[in-house]
Ligand binder design. Structure first.
Ligand SMILES: C[S@@+](CC[C@H](N)C(=O)[O-])C[C@H]1O[C@@H](n2cnc3c(N)ncnc32)[C@H](O)[C@@H]1O
Length: 88
């Protein structure tokens, strides 16, 4: 029931990638500048189902970024829920 693929976050993603329910992107965004983080997060959101969850590392936040996620606390854990994608 689990499919494993390798993806380079800063390259175009596989078009055949199915919508995901949950993404663990822990301690990875730290490597990217602000613009790249926003691009990666937009790709994550595009690959996440509308009820999907994004988990970051404990010390990470995306609150300072324009990203289509809303923060929620569930059982003392921070989780980011997919928010509507607003096209500009
Ligand atoms: C600090 S480690 C965190 C590993 C794991 N997620 C964790 O929390 O224990 C950072 C990871 O980001 C991966 N990484 C860095 N740049 C990447 C990119 N452009 N695409 C995909 N993975 C990348 C590295 O290969 C490494 O595995």
């Amino acid at each position: 029931m689990v499919e494993f693929r390798k993806v380079n976050l800063i390259e175009p993603w596989l078009p055949s990638l199915q919508k995901m329910d949950i993404v663990f992107l822990r301690n990875v965004l730290i490597y990217f500048d602000t613009e790249t983080k926003a691009q990666v997060l937009a790709k994550v959101r595009g690959s996440l189902s509308d009820n999907g969850f994004l988990f970051l590392g404990n010390a990470e936040t995306i609150l300072n970024l324009k990203a289509p996620f809303r923060r929620e606390i569930i059982a003392n854990s921070t989780v980011y829920r997919a928010a509507p994608i607003i096209k500009e």
